[in-house]
Design a protein around this ligand. Structure first.
Ligand code: PXL
Length: 279
């Protein structure tokens, strides 16, 4: 049986984030990708106003019941932008449709740049922590990490000891591996810190001069694809960062394109890098 991954996150019809990014990227990694849309929005919520929002929580029980009746199962789960009420259903879906050894990858999407996204209340991180407990990998950015730990976000001026304390506390939420993104100790380098309960590793790259939305989903999707294809946590983190940089470089010449990254231009690079993993 081929590897099948289920990703659970919203459909933002326009805006190059969540499912419109995850589905092509994980498919390009050679993995059969099933989707469970958590909601449908006309656009994402960052930089657009007046977007529509349809919550799909009430479809989840019947979808799970049908999958169980059909004997549909998964080797991996990757969750992104979901609502509080969906978390118990998502846990149930993961418990009841997992193949032996199925991996859980949780991107605790809820916040960035020191603030919660519109529509997420102060109780949300406590619920998201339940999804992090038992995950194989969690991938918060610095803001999400702070909220998961009940801390005020600190986005600059921190040191290595601060990051490493955060990694240990995030690991204690019950995740096997933590990939903390958006870490920087100098003005020209941006990267991630990984912790598997024993070893902390860092991956830094050039900091590109642009604020473009949706890099987190491109990163998480390519990480999930590489990890499920057998990359280690640190290999998957490095590959995902390299792919985001390629996609950013394709985006930067067009300064009007700030709602998302042109990841489609960088798919040949991703396919090539995934091919190297298989050798
Ligand atoms: O990229 C994360 C994300 C996903 N989905 C929706 C969003 C955001 C971030 O703003 O608004 C709808």
């Amino acid at each position: 049986m081929d590897t099948r991954l289920l990703t659970i996150q919203d459909v933002s019809c326009v805006g190059q984030c969540s499912l419109t990014v995850a589905l092509p990227i994980i498919s390009a990694c050679g993995i059969e990708t099933a989707i469970l849309p958590s909601s449908v929005l006309s656009t994402h919520t960052a930089g657009f106003t007046g977007y529509t929002f349809r919550d799909l929580t009430s479809d989840m029980p019947a979808i799970l019941a049908h999958w169980k009746k059909e004997g549909i199962t998964f080797d991996a789960f990757y969750t992104g932008y979901v609502s509080k009420d969906q978390i118990p259903y998502i846990l149930q879906i993961m418990n009841e449709t997992a193949r032996p050894g199925a991996k859980r990858i949780v991107d605790p999407v809820m916040a960035d740049n020191g603030r919660m996204y519109p529509g997420f209340d102060a109780d949300f991180p406590k619920e998201m922590a339940k999804l992090c407990n038992g995950a194989d990998v969690i991938m918060p950015n610095l803001t999400e990490a702070a909220f998961l730990l009940g801390q005020e976000p600190v986005l600059e001026g921190y040191d290595q000891a601060f990051i490493e304390d955060m990694l240990k506390k995030l690991h204690a939420l019950g995740a096997k591996n933590v990939v903390l993104t958006g870490v920087s100790f100098s003005k020209d380098k941006l990267g991630s810190a990984c912790y598997d309960g024993k070893t902390i590793t860092y991956d830094f790259n050039e900091w590109l001069p642009a604020a473009v939305h949706g890099t987190g989903d491109v990163y998480a999707s390519s990480f999930a694809g590489a990890y499920v294809q057998g990359a280690s946590i640190t290999e998957a983190a490095a590959l995902a960062a390299d792919f985001v940089i390629e996609a950013m470089k394709a985006t930067l010449p067009d300064p009007d394109h700030t709602y998302g990254v042109k990841f489609e231009k960088a798919l040949p690079f991703l396919i090539q890098e995934i091919g190297k993993l298989r050798k």
